[in-house]
Ligand binder design. Sequence first.
Ligand code: NAP
Length: 492
Amino acid sequence: MSSRTIQVSPFDLVVFGGTGDLAARKLLPALFQRDRAGQLPSNGRIIGVSRRTLGDDGYLGFVRQSLKDHVKAADLEPEALERFLGRIHFCSVDVTGEAGWPELAALLASGVEFVRAFYFAVSPDLFAPISQRIKQFGLVTPHSRVVVEKPLGKDGESAREVNAAVACVFEESQVFRIDHYLGKETVQNLMALRFANRMFEPLWNSTHIDHIQITVAEDIGVGDRGGYYDTSGAVRDMVQNHILQLLCLIAMEPPDAFQADSVRDEKLKVLKALKRINERNAEHCTVRGQYRSGSVGGLPAPGYLEDIGKDESDTETFVAIRAEIANWRWAGVPFFLRTGKRLGGRTSEIVVNFRPISHSIFDHTAGRISQNRLVIRLQPDEGMTLEVMIKDPGPGGMRLRSIPLDMSFAETFGVSNPDAYERLLMDVIRGNQTLFMRHDEVAAAWRWVDPILAAWNNTAQRIHHYAAGTWGPSASVALIERDGRTWLEDSE
Ligand code: NAP
């Protein structure tokens, strides 16, 4: 089955940080793939910006290498590659000064009627200076947009500052706060599953759902991001954005339309309804962890302190949280959230555990009746599995067993899912904000997260160590077992 491809409008996409890791690994490969799919119009241009004095030719070398490193060789057909390279330009600008901006302005002037998208793929402390210069040099047009990357602040206060700096120049309708998890096919499928089917929504509440788990697990350590990570930690890096966004999509009420503000209004209500975790209950509802040396995939793996080259640090590389949403639909349903580095596998998944049936008509010879479970996998292979009870086929009487109805997208549709950035970049050009965060969502997420971090700090809450390659500290198992539930991998 082939997917429909509709060309986007003519555009100029200015990537500040065009020589950075994000541009090389994600943005340029995603744009190349969309071009290859025929989605970019002939007059779509990509303008890399950084301090380096590269010139167009020098930057072309960087782009070529990035594609070689991060795109499957079979996809790099010469014709597609040459067409893509024809869109590439470069401008050398130190965004903290004035030099280079007139050249960028001159380059852009030729396409004033085009969509003009500014992608801030730079450190957040450059968002304000870039925004100011964009304004000073008159680069904002009615068709302008700006894309800002995480981290959107390191707490509520700094997020407000980032939002304010951008808001001095761009209207909220022009700001695209990216969370690439929302661009994943499965996440959009979650909305299709909930709101395009009759059979799930009536069950989607505390009467029928026992609890929900959201896990974002990485088997890698902090790598060369140690400097950044040590000032951040798992809550800021993963919970405040990705995990809370997934929670919102699982828990929100049906929006009146699949449109940006309708969806974002409903997500905001979930964030506002999250029960506060603070000094009173943080010890009970949260577990912080940090990896020690261990073994991942049969190979020895160093501990966090070795990874960051320090003697001590109490930054969490793992967190488990028991969250609750205080509203009519979800009262009493625990949401267990968990994320960490150097865990037992690389997996992102949402597990919706339904309540047991109210009465069994079968006797003990039928075996145990498992609770229905819907597993929504975002990583590594996107798809969904619905676990249902059936009669064991064949003779032998009424013996029951649980089987997974597997909806693996790649297999079912014979297509590989596009990278999230492909979808999101095209949405930016189209001006569709549905899969992007609004400023008040970011603020509400911080309002929930800040008291957790403050509680840990003020009570010096213990950090539990775990061996690399395991599923986190035993305290995380205890957290969920106190509630009479188990993490997915322990229940299999
Ligand atoms: P990076 O590899 O350090 O790249 C930073 C880029 O900014 C480089 O192109 C650098 O080029 C440019 N730059 C720095 N100072 C500049 C200045 N004064 N004027 C103009 N350009 C300047 O960082 P990154 O990993 O790409 O990350 C960029 C942003 O995206 C960060 O906010 C990061 O947190 C976020 N992010 C990254 C990823 C990822 O996978 N990498 C994922 C999610 C979010 P020059 O040195 O040549 O000037």
